[in-house]
Design a protein. Structure first.
Lengths: 440, 286, 314
C-alpha cells in the first residue's frame, strides 16, 4: 500500500494539538448553573419504570416538605450496577456535579476509594434525629456501609439472601415446607425429590435447585458463608478463595450438577422465569423477585433461610444515597439522605400486594409491617429477622475493584461448573488471579 | 431403448438437483425464521408459562394482544419510536449526502492529498466505537450536546464504510459519462447530481438500508449519551422492558421486539425491492 | 469480458490506492473536491479523529474516569506483553471471526446461487425475505431470546435434538460449544446481508455470457467455476473485507449469550477491552488494547487488499 505515513502522522499530530487546545480552553469555564438557589441533583440507576417512579416519588415528597428546594433527577441507564457506575463516572468526568447518587453495597468501597463521597459521620454525631433513625436500623446495615471507619451512607433498602421455593411443586411431590434449621443434607435430599422427568422423554425437565451464574451474591456467597468461609479477608485486603471452606461450598454445588439435581447454571433472569414456570423448584435471591412475581400474578412461592452448613450467616447487600464530594450543598444533601430513610419514604419499599417494593426497608419498624400489609410471601418477617437474629457476613466481599473481582470469580466458577476444571484447580487459579485484584 | 435411458437419467438428475435446491433453500429459510416464529408466538401468548412448556404447545384460544399493551404501559413506546425514527432517518439522510459526495470526490476527482485522506477513511473503519466511546462522550459534553438527540445523530454522519461502498461503485462507472457531461458544459456538481447519482440507485439503497438498520438498533450510544428517558430510543426501551437483571416477562419482551422490528421491516422491504428492480432496469446493464 | 467487468455494480474493489480512471494530467479538481469533501471532513475530524487521538493520548495515561490521570509513558503497552489472557482472547476472537466470515462468504454464496434457480417470483421473494429477516433486529434483544432457546437442560433446541436422540449439548456453558453458539447466532444475523450483496453481484453478470456457455455445452458446474465465480470475485472480496471487519468487532452476542466464557473461550477482544474500560475503569490500558486491535485490523485489511490484486479478476 502506497500510503504516505509521514503525512498521516503529521495530520494526526496537528489534530491532537487542536483537540488538547480545545480541551484546555473549555476546562476553566465550568461553573455552570448553580446560582446559589437551593437545588439538589440526584443520580440514580434507571433499570426500568419502577426506578423512575420510585425516585420521582421521593423527590416530589421532599420538595413538598421543602418548598424552597428544587430537586433534579438524573436517570442514568446501564444494564447492571457496573455499567451504571461507569456511566455515572463518565458523567462526572464530563464535568457534572451531582449531589447524591444511588449506590448498592458493592459500590461503597468503590466510591470511597475513588474519593467520591463525603462520609456522614459528623452528621450522625450531631444530628439527634439521626440517632433515633440509626437505632431503628439493624447494626449490620450500618457496618456494611462503613469503610475504614467512614460511614458512606445510610441504607434506605437492602436485601438478604433467602431460599425461594415453589409451593405448588412441594405439594405435588408431597414434601413438607422446609424448616429454618434445615441442613445441607436435608436441602440436597429435598432438591433430589423435586427433580423429575415430567414429559416422559427420559431426561429431567424439572430441577430441585439452581443458582444465578452471573452474580456472586445470590450465587455462591450464601453457601460459602455457611461453610464458614468468605472470598476475601474481613478487611477486604486479601483474597481467600482457595480455603477449604470455599472448596466445600463450591464442591457441594458442583455435586448437585453432576448428580443431575441442578441444571447447568444460567443467569439470574432465566432462573426467575423458569422458577415461575415450575421448571426450577428452589433458588436463592433477595426480596427483589417479588417485584417481578406478584405483578405477573405468580404467588405460589414462599421463602426460607438458607440451609445451615457448619454455621449460619446472613449474606446481605443494601443501597443508599451517599453525599458526593462534588456537592455544593452537603447539608441539604444530608437532609435528603435522611429523608430517604424516613417513615414516609420507607413505606414505599413495603409496597402493596399488587405493587410490592423490591427491597427490604432498612427501618425495622417499617419492615415489620410487610406481613401485616399482606405482601407475599407468607414468611416475609424472615427478611428482617435474619439480620437481627443471626451473625451477619460483614462486610460482604466488595473490594474497590468490585466489578473486576466479580467477573474474575464468575469466570473461574463457570469453568468449574462446566466440568472443565476441578474444584480445587479452579479455585487455585481464581485465588492467584484475585490476589492482585483484592488489595489495600 | 438405449436412447430412452440416456435421456431419462439427465432428466432425473435435473429433477434431483431441483429437489435438492429447494430442500436446501427451504431448510435455510426455516432455520433462519424459526426463532422469529417463536418470538411472534411469545408476543401473542397469554401467559409466560406457555412459552416454557416442552414440548411446545400451541392453543389458538389463549392468544392475546395484551402483551403489546403492557409494552406501552411500561415504557413510553411511542416517544422512543419517534426518537428512533428521527435519529435513524436523519442519520441516514445525512450519511447518504456526505458519503456520496465524498465518494464522488475520491472516485472521480483529482486533487492533492487524496491518498492520505482515503487511507485515513479506511483506517477509521478499523476502530470499533467501543474503543472511542469515552473520548467521544467528552467531545459531546464539551459541545454541550449530551442528553440530546444530536449526540446520537452527529457521530453517525461520517461513515467510512459508506464512502468505501459508494466509491467502489462510482469507480466502476464509465469515464465517458463525465466527458459527455463536460461537453454539454455541466460543472462537477451537475455531473454528480444529474449523471452519477441516478446511476447509483442500488448502491445508495444498500447503504441506506445498512445505515438505517444499524442506527435503529444501536444501543451503545443512547446508553452512554442519553440520560433522560424521554430522549431514549427503542433499543434502550427493550433493555428497560427486560428490566433489572433482565427479569422482565418474556412475553412482554417478545412483544417489544416485535414492535421494534415492524417499522424496519417495512423500510427494508421497500428498499430491498427497489434494489433488485433497479439492478434489473437501471443503466447498469448498458 | 472487459466491458462487463467495468460495468459491475458497486460491490467490488480495485485497491485502496487506486488512482481512479486515468485522465490526462489535469489542473486538478481541488476546489470542487474540497466542496464535496467538506461535510465528511468536518464530521470526521470532530467525531472520529478527535476521539481516536483521545484514545492514543489515553494509552499513555493511567486514568479511571474519576481522578486526574497520571502520565505513565509506555507502561500500558508493557502490560500488554505480560497480560496472560490477551493472547487467549485474541485466539477466541480470531476463531469466531474466521468461522463467521466463512459461513457468510461460503454459505451466503451457496444460497444466493441456489436462489438463481428458476422458481415462481413469490417463492423467490419469500426466501429472500426469510434470509434477510434477522438482519433488521437489535443484536442484544435477539441474543436474549437465543439464550433462552439454547439453555442446556431446559431449552427448546436441546429438546428438539433430544427427539432425534442427540444428547443435551451445553451450548452456552462448555468451551467447545460456547463459541459455536456465538458463531451461529452472529452468522444467523448477518448472512442475509451477504446473500443480498451476492444477489446484486450475480444479477450484474450478463446473461449472454451464460447463454453462450450453455450453447457451448458447458454444464452448470463448469459455468459456475468458469464464468460466475471469476466475475463474482470483486463481490466476494468486498464481502470478505466487510465481514472481517464486522466479525472481529462482535460484542453483543458473546456478552448476552455466554458472558465470554467459560474461561475466555467465547470472549472477543472488544468485550475484553470494554470490561477493562468500564468494569475495571482502567481507561489507559483499555486504550492500549484498542490500539493493538486497530493495528491488527489495519494489517489484516492491507493483506486482503494486497491479495485481492492477484486474485480478483477484472
Amino acid at each position: 500500500m502506497n500510503i504516505p505515513y509521514r503525512k498521516i502522522a503529521l495530520a494526526c499530530a496537528t489534530t491532537a494539538m487542536a483537540v488538547t487546545a480545545l480541551a484546555a480552553c473549555s476546562n476553566g469555564s465550568d461553573s455552570a448553573s448553580s446560582s446559589g438557589a437551593k437545588s439538589l441533583e440526584i443520580v440514580y440507576w434507571n433499570y426500568g419504570p419502577a426506578a423512575e417512579s420510585g425516585n420521582k416519588a421521593t423527590a416530589d415528597a421532599f420538595m413538598a416538605a421543602h418548598s424552597d428546594v428544587k430537586v433534579t433527577l438524573t436517570p442514568v441507564t446501564g444494564e447492571n450496577w457496573g455499567t451504571y457506575y461507569a456511566n455515572v463516572a463518565t458523567l462526572i468526568a464530563s464535568g457534572k456535579h451531582p449531589d447524591l447518587m444511588v449506590i448498592s453495597g458493592e459500590g461503597a468501597q468503590f466510591v470511597h476509594s475513588n474519593n467520591l463521597v463525603q462520609p456522614i459521620n459528623k452528621y450522625l454525631d450531631k444530628d439527634s434525629a439521626a440517632k433515633a433513625i440509626v437505632g431503628d436500623i439493624a447494626k449490620g446495615l450500618i457496618d456494611g456501609f462503613t469503610v475504614k471507619g467512614d460511614v458512606v451512607t445510610l441504607a434506605y433498602g437492602w436485601n438478604d439472601m433467602v431460599v425461594y421455593y415453589n409451593t405448588d411443586l412441594f405439594k405435588k411431590a408431597g414434601i413438607a415446607p422446609p424448616k429454618p434449621d434445615w441442613t445441607w443434607d436435608d436441602f440436597k435430599a429435598t432438591a433430589k425429590k423435586l427433580t423429575a422427568d415430567t414429559n416422559g422423554d427420559g431426561k429431567p425437565d424439572q430441577y430441585g435447585f439452581t443458582w444465578a451464574s452471573n452474580e456472586i451474591f445470590p450465587g455462591i456467597m450464601p453457601w460459602v458463608a455457611n461453610a464458614g468461609g468468605n472470598l476475601t479477608s474481613d478487611d477486604v485486603c486479601q483474597a481467600t478463595a482457595d480455603t477449604p471452606q470455599v472448596n466445600k461450598a463450591v464442591s457441594f454445588l458442583n455435586g448437585m450438577i453432576t448428580e443431575g439435581i441442578a441444571p447447568a447454571p444460567m443467569p439470574m433472569s432465566d432462573v426467575f422465569t423458569r422458577f415461575q414456570n415450575g421448571q426450577i423448584a428452589m433458588f436463592g435471591a433477595g426480596r427483589w423477585p417479588i417485584a417481578t412475581f406478584l405483578p405477573a400474578g405468580f404467588k405460589a412461592f414462599d421463602i426460607q433461610l438458607y440451609p445451615k452448613g457448619d454455621t449460619y450467616k446472613t449474606v446481605f447487600g443494601g443501597a443508599g444515597y451517599p453525599i458526593l464530594k462534588s456537592s455544593k450543598n452537603p447539608d441539604l444533601a444530608w437532609e435528603y439522605q435522611k429523608f430517604t430513610v424516613s417513615n414516609e419514604i420507607e413505606k414505599q419499599y413495603v409496597g402493596t400486594p399488587d405493587k410490592p417494593g423490591d427491597s427490604i426497608p432498612s427501618r425495622r419498624s417499617v419492615a415489620q409491617t410487610i406481613s401485616k400489609v399482606g405482601v407475599p410471601p407468607a414468611n416475609s418477617d424472615l427478611y428482617y429477622n435474619s439480620i437481627d437474629d443471626y451473625p451477619t457476613l460483614v462486610p460482604y466481599p466488595a473490594p474497590a475493584k468490585y466489578s473486576t473481582f466479580e467477573s474474575t470469580v464468575l469466570r473461574h466458577l463457570q469453568q468449574i461448573f462446566a466440568g472443565e476444571a476441578s474444584v480445587s484447580d479452579g479455585l487455585k487459579s481464581m485465588q492467584s488471579e484475585l490476589s492482585s485484584i483484592v488489595t489495600c | 431403448m438405449s436412447t430412452a435411458t440416456t435421456s431419462m437419467s439427465p432428466r432425473l438428475g435435473r429433477l434431483a438437483a431441483r429437489v435438492l435446491t429447494f430442500l436446501v433453500l427451504g431448510i435455510a429459510a426455516l432455520a433462519i425464521t424459526a426463532p422469529f416464529l417463536w418470538i411472534f408466538r411469545g408476543a401473542l401468548s397469554g401467559s409466560d408459562a406457555e412459552l416454557y412448556r416442552l414440548p411446545p404447545t400451541f392453543d389458538a384460544g389463549t392468544l392475546t394482544v395484551r402483551n403489546f399493551g403492557r409494552v406501552t404501559e411500561q415504557v413510553p413506546y411511542f416517544r422512543f419510536f419517534l426518537n428512533s425514527i428521527i435519529v435513524s432517518t436523519v442519520v441516514t439522510a445525512a450519511q447518504l449526502i456526505t458519503c456520496s459526495t465524498a465518494a464522488y470526490a475520491f472516485a472521480r476527482l483529482r486533487f492533492r492529498g487524496k491518498g492520505v485522506l482515503f487511507a485515513l477513511v479506511i483506517g477509521s473503519l478499523m476502530i470499533p466505537i467501543q474503543v472511542t466511546i469515552v473520548p467521544l462522550f467528552l467531545v459531546m459534553s464539551k459541545l454541550g450536546l449530551t442528553n440530546t438527540l444530536w449526540a446520537l445523530i452527529l457521530p453517525g454522519i461520517f461513515s467510512a464504510f459508506g464512502i468505501f461502498l459508494l466509491r467502489q461503485h462510482f469507480l466502476g462507472l464509465p469515464r465517458g459519462l463525465e466527458e459527455a457531461a463536460k461537453i454539454d458544459g455541466a460543472g462537477q456538481f451537475r455531473t454528480f447530481a444529474r449523471i452519477i447519482l441516478p446511476l447509483s440507485g442500488p448502491s445508495i439503497a444498500t447503504l441506506g438500508i445498512l445505515c438505517f438498520t444499524y442506527w435503529w438498533n444501536d444501543l451503545l450510544l443512547p446508553l452512554v449519551m442519553i440520560s433522560d428517558t424521554d430522549r431514549q430510543t427503542l433499543p434502550v426501551g427493550l433493555v428497560l422492558l427486560a428490566g433489572r437483571f433482565s427479569t422482565g416477562s418474556l412475553g412482554t419482551i417478545a412483544a417489544g421486539i416485535t414492535m421494534a422490528i415492524v417499522p424496519v421491516l417495512v423500510v427494508f422491504l421497500a428498499a430491498q425491492r427497489y434494489i433488485v428492480q433497479s439492478i434489473a432496469s437501471s443503466g447498469l446493464k448498458l | 469480458m472487459t466491458t462487463s467487468s467495468t460495468l459491475r455494480p458497486g460491490v467490488g474493489d480495485r485497491s485502496v490506492t487506486d488512482p481512479g480512471p486515468p485522465a490526462p494530467r489535469p489542473r486538478g479538481d481541488g476546489a470542487a473536491a474540497l466542496a464535496f469533501l467538506t461535510p465528511s471532513i468536518i464530521t470526521f475530524l470532530v467525531f472520529v479523529l478527535a476521539p481516536t487521538v483521545g484514545v492514543l493520548v489515553l494509552s499513555f495515561y493511567n486514568w479511571n474516569l474519576l481522578s486526574d490521570g497520571t502520565f505513565v509513558g509506555l507502561d500500558n503497552f508493557d502490560r500488554l506483553i505480560h497480560d496472560g489472557r490477551l493472547l487467549g482472547v485474541y485466539g477466541s476472537t480470531t476463531y469466531m471471526a474466521l468461522a463467521i466470515l466463512a459461513v457468510n462468504v461460503v454459505l451466503g454464496l451457496l444460497l444466493a446461487v441456489l436462489l438463481e434457480t428458476r422458481m415462481p417470483r413469490w417463492l423467490r421473494g419469500f426466501f429472500r425475505l426469510s434470509y434477510l429477516f434477522p438482519f433488521v433486529v437489535s443484536a442484544s434483544a435477539v441474543a436474549l431470546i437465543w439464550r433462552f432457546l439454547l439453555n442446556k437442560d431446559l431449552g427448546l433446541v436441546n429438546y428438539l435434538l433430544g427427539l432425534v436422540h442427540v444428547d443435551r449439548i451445553d451450548w452456552l456453558g462448555s468451551s467447545a460449544f460456547a463459541p459455536v453458539s456465538v458463531i451461529i447466532v452472529n452468522s444467523w444475523k448477518t448472512i442475509g446481508f451477504s446473500i443480498l450483496v451476492y444477489i446484486a453481484g450475480l444479477q450484474s453478470i450478463p446473461d449472454q455470457l451464460r447463454e453462450a456457455a450453455i450453447v457451448d455445452g458447458a454444464g452448470a458446474w463448469t459455468r459456475f467455476w468458469r464464468i460466475t465465480f471469476p466475475l463474482l470475485s470483486p463481490t466476494i472480496f468486498f464481502l470478505v473485507v466487510i465481514n472481517t471487519i464486522n466479525s472481529f468487532q462482535i460484542f453483543a452476542e458473546p456478552r448476552v449469550l455466554t458472558q465470554g466464557g467459560p474461561g475466555d473461550s467465547s470472549r472477543t477482544i472488544v468485550e475484553y477491552l470494554y470490561d477493562r474500560a468500564f468494569g475495571d475503569f482502567d481507561l489507559g490500558y483499555a486504550s492500549a488494547i484498542g490500539i493493538t486491535f486497530a493495528l491488527i485490523l489495519v494489517v489484516l485489511t492491507a493483506i486482503q487488499f494486497w491479495f485481492s490484486r492477484r486474485w480478483t479478476f477484472y
